[in-house]
Design a protein. Structure first.
Length: 113
């Protein structure tokens, strides 16, 4: 008689990871579009993906802030889900959108020389 061994895996709180994962997906899209999109449209497309990633991250961090009234340990106690971290992620998302808008308004040519 063969008995299959079960491996106990930690539970993953995907909501706590979602703001960072949104930024990861947006950065991958920015890198891919900088190579695959025609040169004339790269700046606009990359800016759009960057702003969309920051907005998605901010919205997900807002949902995390709302659903985290008290601190909680996650993923085998390797990270903490709390309101301070969610608020920090919201602030970083707003600053990221502002920085992207400033960069898009810069009319200098890049990679000259």
């Amino acid at each position: 008689m063969i008995v299959a061994a079960t491996i106990s895996t930690p539970k993953v709180d995907w909501l706590a990871l979602s703001p960072v994962l949104a930024l990861l997906v947006a950065s991958c899209l920015c890198l891919l579009s900088s190579v695959l999109v025609p040169r004339a449209a790269v700046r606009g497309v990359v800016g759009l993906y960057a702003i969309a990633g920051f907005v998605a991250s901010g919205v997900l961090a807002g949902a995390l802030y709302e659903r985290s009234p008290e601190a909680k340990l996650l993923i085998a106690e390797s990270m903490t889900r709390d309101r301070i971290a969610a608020l920090t992620q919201i602030i970083l998302a707003v600053v990221g959108v502002a920085a992207t808008l400033v960069a898009l308004n810069d009319r200098r040519r890049s990679n000259v020389g």
